[in-house]
Design a protein around this ligand. Structure first.
Ligand code: ATP
Length: 441
């Protein structure tokens, strides 16, 4: 990694901590590796991304249904899906420092020479390491109580398939969408939100006739590209890579990875997989429940095939931050700001009195704030520190617009409206303010 790229990652992590976006999980106890907590602005940004995703892929369509399923599922589910046997990564361990590595992520040289990248010790033989996280349920620890925290959210869509046929009576194609937690016992969590052990997935299973799979694979490939632009990920940093048969997941007949240019390398952001009828068939056979679909018009019964677009939520947030992070020069100083799309920005507008210790200004600013808050929820009142500091803070949070009440406001009822990206301020009548803001966010 070049120094410049390394710096960018460090700057993002530092900004996230400084401004209350993301903190290391259980930090005061030294931190738990592969876990991150979202602070105030991070929570809102995370929520806004989920909401926008739901709007894009569920609400704006007619053939999508929502699901919220549990994160605990019994062993039988994971046996049927193939995860207990096949959901693993190749692992090697150093004989001296005992650090563990994903064999496929070592440099070719370290891998061939079998040398530990941390202390140069000898690396042991490669073993398959299962990523599923087991839990024991109930007071008696026995085989029948064994469950797993889900390694992917898709299995719940398959396990609930019959419930959707019976309650929604859908025609093909239709999708079952869900946003929720997944857990993976990653060998080496790293790179901030990129590789963690607990993360949200945004995903749907799209049920189709087998003969249509290429058509719908292409449709979702294009839609994923539209989403990438809509959420504010720089399109030029995303690359579609078809995954070779030897690297595909056990259930997939065709996979495209959407890779992003992270500072630490070009790596997976999203996946698009043609899962065939693998999962429904397996669950049908293992559970003994008929998971077929009956086509009323053609009078045929068959197991639908599935296209699965999969979106890691944390990786989305990271790619959004990396795309939005900007530095420029303003008033002779380096300025940092997040050029977030207004649709996902945690704060849409901030309102300031020019000075905190002038009651007239504060009262007027409060009045403007109250007027705007009736119509805009994500709005903040800020009178901390000097005005320059407040602009810098809002720039780093990614607030698209700032309104400042100054002495002129008291005589002519105008305020300044400042644009985050250009730093340009325009004077505007308070009576026109709401409409002007609405046209910009
Ligand atoms: P990788 O090769 O990076 O381990 P994967 O191919 O195992 O990823 P999938 O099983 O396709 O990933 O998971 C779907 C999506 O979940 C990925 O596209 C990614 O966005 C996200 N994801 C997977 N593993 C992690 C993780 N450990 N931390 C954060 N997000 C993850």
């Amino acid at each position: 990694m070049t120094k410049e790229k390394n710096d960018k990652m460090e700057k993002i992590v530092a900004l996230c901590k400084r401004r209350g976006f993301v903190f290391q999980g259980s930090e005061i106890y030294g931190g738990l590796s592969g876990t991150w907590d979202y602070g105030h602005y991070g929570s809102i940004l995370a929520h806004n991304i989920k909401q926008l995703w739901w709007k894009h892929f569920v609400e704006e369509r007619e053939e999508m249904f929502g699901l919220t399923s549990t994160t605990l599922m019994p062993e039988a589910v994971w046996r049927a899906s193939g995860h207990l046997d096949g959901f693993s990564d190749p692992m090697v361990e150093c004989g001296t420092c005992h650090h563990r590595f994903r064999a496929d992520q070592l440099t070719l040289e370290d891998r061939e020479k079998k040398i530990c990248p941390d202390d140069g010790g000898p690396l042991g033989t490669e073993q398959q390491y299962n990523l599923m996280l087991p839990v024991v349920l109930g007071a008696v620890a026995g085989k029948s109580n064994k469950a797993y925290l889900r390694g992917e959210i898709a299995q719940a869509m398959f396990v609930n398939f019959k419930n959707y046929i019976d309650t929604m009576h859908p025609d093909l194609p239709f999708g079952i969408a869900q946003i929720g937690k997944a857990y993976r016992n990653e060998i080496a969590p790293r790179d901030f939100l990129f590789r963690v052990r607990e993360f949200d997935l945004m995903e749907f299973e799209y049920f189709i006739r087998e003969s249509d799979w290429e058509k719908y694979f292409e449709l979702w490939r294009v839609e994923m590209g539209k989403w990438i632009e809509r959420v504010g990920i720089t399109k030029e940093l995303v690359h579609e890579i078809e995954v070779g048969a030897e690297d595909r997941a056990h259930y997939s007949k065709k996979t495209i990875d959407f890779e992003f240019d992270y500072p630490f390398g070009q790596k997976e952001l999203y996946g698009l997989a043609y899962r065939t009828d693998y999962d429904l068939k397996k669950h049908g056979a293992e559970s003994g429940v008929d998971l077929s679909f009956f086509d009323e018009q053609k009078k045929e019964r068959f197991i639908p095939h599935v296209i699965e677009p999969s979106f890691g939520h944390g990786r989305t947030l990271l790619a959004v931050l990396l795309s939005a992070y900007k530095e420029d020069e303003m008033n002779g100083e380096v300025r940092t700001y997040l050029a977030l799309k207004p649709s996902i920005a945690p704060v849409k507008v901030a309102v300031f009195p020019l000075l905190k210790n002038k009651p007239d200004l504060v009262a007027k600013a409060r009045e403007v704030f109250g007027m705007l808050k009736k119509e805009i929820n994500a709005i903040e009142f800020d009178d901390n520190g000097n005005i320059g500091k407040r602009y810098r803070r809002q720039d780093e949070i990614g607030t698209p617009l700032c309104v400042t009440v100054d002495f002129d406001t008291l005589t002519d009822n105008t305020v300044t409206l400042r644009d985050r990206d250009t730093g340009k301020q325009t004077r505007i009548q308070i009576t026109d303010l709401l409409q002007s803001i609405k046209s910009k966010i």
